[in-house]
Design a protein around this ligand. Structure first.
Ligand SMILES: Nc1ncnc2c1ncn2[C@@H]1O[C@H](COP(=O)(O)OP(=O)(O)OP(=O)(O)O)[C@@H](O)[C@H]1O
Length: 186
């Protein structure tokens, strides 16, 4: 078991978002979290990572488990290049370069990320999560703003570079891309 959620309730300003939610993530398992806009998908990811506290219920996680997140916002160092952003979380520069290279054109790798398009920036954020040392990839809309072909490449990079790590993914595209993954429907 890498992460367990037991009977979690979460409300904001008296509005219930998650109610009596139970779920277990096993080692190396891949999950897609689905549900309508506003149902609580991002809230659940934040609860998993301990960035939000439940009103009741608990989250059980071994102390050594580390997360590799892609947040809904890119959270990049704006004046740094894609390579510098990814190298920040990764001791192995050749491996960071390899991951970035599959996701972005060469011409985009060395300019400040603030000059890149929204879809390119999203791919830098995904590359950073894939290059990071950690146990669970937690990905909140990592494919936002990508056209069909780029999306396919990004999904392929996720398959190739997850390196056996568990994945929890929120994306509107997942059913077509990852038909063999588990689904948690909110
Ligand atoms: N910090 C907060 N303060 C108050 N309300 C919040 C907060 N975070 C989330 N909410 C509310 O909780 C509900 C669930 O939000 P959440 O972002 O988890 O939904 P979501 O399923 O990820 O939505 P989307 O698919 O649109 O991103 C929404 O009604 C949202 O307004």
């Amino acid at each position: 078991m890498m992460l367990r959620i037991e009977h979690i309730d979460k409300a904001f300003d008296g509005n219930a978002v998650l109610h009596d939610l139970c779920w277990t993530l096993g080692p190396g398992e891949c999950w897609q979290v689905t549900g309508a806009s506003g149902i609580g998908k991002t809230t659940l990811l934040r609860l998993m990572m301990g960035l939000e506290q439940p009103d009741s219920g608990k989250r059980i996680i071994p102390a050594a488990v580390r997360f590799c997140p892609v947040f809904q916002e890119d959270r990049l160092v704006e004046n740094w290049s894609a390579l510098q952003n990814v190298a920040l979380v990764c001791d192995d520069s050749p491996s960071a370069f390899r991951i970035l290279n599959t996701l972005l054109p060469d011409s985009a790798l060395e300019q400040p990320v603030c000059t890149l398009s929204g879809g390119m920036r999203r791919r830098v954020a995904l590359a950073r999560a894939l290059a990071a040392q950690g146990d669970i990839l937690v990905l909140d809309e990592p494919f936002a703003g990508l056209d069909a072909q780029t999306l396919w490449h990004a999904a392929e990079a996720l398959r190739r570079y997850r390196r056996g790590r568990a994945v929890v993914l929120v994306s509107h595209e997942t059913e077509k891309l990852f038909p063999d993954w588990h689904t948690l429907s909110l």
